[in-house]
Design a binder for this molecule. Sequence first.
Ligand code: 6PG
Length: 497
Amino acid sequence: MKTTEQSAGSEPGLAAIGMAPSDIGIVGLGVMGANLALNLSDQAYRLSVYNRTGAVTAEFIATHGQGRAIAVADNLQQLVSQLASPRVILLMVTAGRAVEAVIEQLQPWLAPGDILIDGGNSNYQDTDRRWRTLAARGLHFVGMGVSGGEDGARFGPSLMPGGAAAAWPVIRDMFQAIAARVDGIPCCQWLGEGGAGHYVKMIHNGIEYGDMQLIAEVCHLMQHALGLSHDEMADRFAAWNGGRLESYLIEITARLLRQRDHDGGPLVERILDVAGSKGTGVWTAQDALDNAVPLTLIGEAVHARMLSARKSERVAAAALLGSVPTLVPEAERAACLEALHDALYAAKLVSYTQGFMLMQAAAEKNGWALPFGDIALLWRAGCIIRSRFLADIRNSFERQPVPPSLLQDPFFAAEVKNAEAGWRRAVMLAVGHGIAAPALSSALSFYDGYRCAYGSANIIQAQRDFFGAHTYQRVDRDETAHFHTRWLGDGGEEKLS
Ligand code: 6PG
């Protein structure tokens, strides 16, 4: 690695051509990189941009470069030479090998104190490793979750930075300036060291999977149990978006249900029922298993996407096992729609409860002081899961920064009790009509298990002790004492130390 002076001198910088050095370099001009670049440029930051395929850079400059302080770099060395010190470089390349390769190629030209920011959907464990490796070389590595899709990147994303704390004072103003805002507060707050930022983004994506699955299940029930047309479904989602379910995903669902195909039929009916995925939902579910956190709803959402992928097998099974579900009588439809609303709301609450539970476990394991209230705030706007509901979650964390769980917050406890009857009715509707609703129903099972002071695990413990002498604890003795019963012998009990 070269010193600042050496690397600055190895390529003629912008000063040589009478231009001020750039505030930030951006590597990768795909949709997200290009839109973040324009957003930064709108805030009067000077940029240098580089894309591996030069034609993409040329197109970007031809379309957007007019009147903007954007310098083009032909290679990474030149990009580095164009930047003010300490250099700030934002990588907007595909997670995985591409990130690794760009970091490798950049390193020879960087100096201690320079800042590298990975804005892709990288696995937080990769980010943690890169943060450590680069720190040993004096470089500050930041893993920053970016959410909000194309429009968010262009006009105000939710940003989830974490990594080298020394980088934050340098990059804070820049990224808070381009982020979405809630009541003037930017949706971009520091989340902690190492992979904390990408971890929080991973949880965001897991919750996104859960929200999407819940909405999909409700659509399916509306259509196949209640017999609603797509326009009627759209009307219902639009109405719900004016209430406690107000959120980006509910809003776009109303819009996409109204979209017509060229022959006038609903477009969604022509879309293949196989869900894609880029991996962050699976990572979330895996992480929950690793941390022994019952993240059931997101797990079901991941499994539902996997089941959707078995299209030909499902088609064959439908011919063999399927039956056409009957519709509920017209007179019951209005009440069923209310029930679906309440079920969606209550199950969503369970999903967020589980997501925050997982973040608490990860924070303890990794030594992160995750700011839960700030996380709710920075998801309040800009990102895919943005919703009114997140303001209530933020308020809950203001009341109690680390509650045992959101379901034990007085506000949410009252909310879920209010919704409970409708939720049960919606799940019974699904079960009775043979319509899969794994997220709605697993959330209800979690809720019933969670609010059960004496559950069914006593039977499991007895079985374990019966076949494997794995021992059990007793409710009427000190919990540190373990017992084994001679189930097949004289039935006597032994106390084990
Ligand atoms: C966001 C999204 C985004 C994600 C897509 C696709 O926050 O803007 O989470 O990062 O890549 O939603 O994810 P899947 O392909 O896994 O559904």
